[in-house]
Design a protein around this ligand. Structure first.
Ligand code: HSE
Length: 436
């Protein structure tokens, strides 16, 4: 049978990994796909740049638009990233009847609905395993492996850079800035590091997971996003003393009132497996009503780990070319006419528990005032820790862990606590999930 011909947009880290792995495992991949998969054409911003992978047998094309319309190409593999010119290129490829494989989370989180509608219209596939959690086959697990379940919630460590920073801050007491530089040097960080540390990259990925889990359109603009740049080593240490680790978690949960879609630093019990996923590793915990909790873990970035997911999609598309469009696996797991407009809950309406760090004058009655405010707001205390004041100081740190409550009630209570004359500065609040 004729080989499948792939046109590659982007010759960066993931593009290079894809070329290498396809070449190295060529025979094995062809045995699985039923046909040989060949990258025949490629384009990049700077074609003259020296690269540490060979481009033998690949025709380099300067004009990306010429590549996406080339009749000799069956699948366009978009590994440029970002959503500036990629949307236009992907839509052009679709309009020319090409199937698309992409690792572009920003593109799908922001424009997925438009792109999938175009793919539907032109009866082509858009595959995106590599867009979420690098090499972990989480899209396939959610879309196919768990299709018997009503998904209840997903909690994921889906940004390797943040996880690396938090792990190093905890284990070696390293500063935020120095660890960020290390992550950038290792090539894990996004071009704009604020995407990693402010939770935007994780929110892109979570938005895609949420849509697939609950059968809703992709709605990045409704995601709540809070990063790790304001976390202090003090809170990491206190959390540890209470038996918790702080992770940047992406959480999406179905509730009767709507869907929670939120990325923020989160305390999780250190006894949970996911709490022990350290460094740049990613992990996604999925709770299905039939299967219970399942955990998927592995490398969430890097050339060959991401190439593993890209090539799995190339194999999938190659296999599915023989099935008629109506019987292919739907892009967003649910049939296109079965997507639901379930609302995304504003962050004030979500339900979670909290870690509160309060700086208080060491005087009689302070704790009574604080606990009275919490009780009046129907917030129940789960654990408390008061540190002794430093020699010569009269201010102490008080840590309170709460039970589950609605975020707007917690906000009101925190505001009242901050108004007490015996409390100094702002209350530090970090959300806490038991994940049980
Ligand atoms: N910057 C991302 C991360 C890379 O750190 O996880 C893969 O999306």
């Amino acid at each position: 049978m004729k080989p499948i011909r792939v046109g590659l947009l982007g010759l960066g880290v993931v593009g290079g990994g894809t070329i290498e792995v396809l070449r190295r495992n060529r025979e094995e991949i062809a045995r699985r796909a039923g046909r040989e998969i060949l990258i025949t054409h490629a384009t990049a911003k700077n074609l003259d740049k020296s690269r540490d992978f060979a481009l033998d047998g690949i025709a380099l094309v300067a004009d990306a638009h010429a590549l996406v319309s080339n009749p000799e190409i069956d699948i366009i593999c978009e590994l440029i990233g970002g959503d500036t010119n990629t949307k236009e290129l992907v839509l052009a490829a679709i309009a020319h009847g090409k199937h698309v494989v992409t690792a572009n989370k920003a593109l799908l989180a922001r424009h997925g609905t438009e792109i999938f509608a175009a793919a539907q219209k032109h009866q082509v596939m858009v595959a995106f395993e590599a867009a979420v959690a690098g090499g972990i086959p989480i899209i396939k697990a959610l879309r196919e492996g768990l299709s018997a379940n009503r998904i209840e919630w997903i909690a994921g460590i889906i940004n390797g850079t943040s996880n690396f920073i938090l792990s190093e801050m905890r284990s070696r007491g390293a500063s935020f800035e120095s660890v960020l530089k290390e992550a950038q040097a290792k090539g894990y960080a996004e071009a704009d590091p604020s995407f990693d540390i402010e939770g935007i990259d994780a929110a892109h990925k979570l938005t895609i997971l949420s849509a697939i889990a609950f059968g809703t359109p992709v709605q990045f603009e409704s995601a709540y996003t809070e990063g790790i740049s304001k976390l202090t080593d003090k809170d990491i240490k206190y959390a540890e003393q209470l038996g918790y680790r702080i992770k940047l978690l992406g959480i999406t949960r179905w509730t009767k009132a709507g869907i929670e879609l939120r990325v923020h630093p989160t305390l999780i019990p250190e006894k949970r497996l996911i709490a022990n996923v350290e460094g740049v590793m990613n992990a996604v915990l999925v709770k299905g009503d039939a299967v219970g909790a399942t955990l998927y873990s592995g490398r969430g970035a890097g050339a060959e780990a991401t190439a593993s997911a890209v090539i799995a999609d190339l194999v999938d598309v190659t296999r599915m070319l023989t099935s008629d469009p109506e019987h292919r696996v739907p892009h967003l797991a649910f049939q296109p006419d079965q997507l639901r407009d379930t609302p995304i809950l504003p962050i004030e309406k979500i339900e979670t528990a909290y870690y509160l760090r309060i700086s208080a004058y060491d005087q009689p009655g302070v704790m009574a005032d604080v606990t009275r405010i919490l009780a009046d707001s129907y917030i129940s205390i789960d654990a408390m820790l008061q540190k002794e004041a430093e020699e010569g100081e009269d201010i102490v740190d008080v840590i309170i862990l709460t039970h589950l409550c609605i975020e707007e009630h917690a906000n009101a209570a925190i505001q009242k606590i901050e108004g007490l004359p015996t409390i100094v500065g702002k209350v530090v609040r970090i959300r806490l999930e038991e994940l049980n």
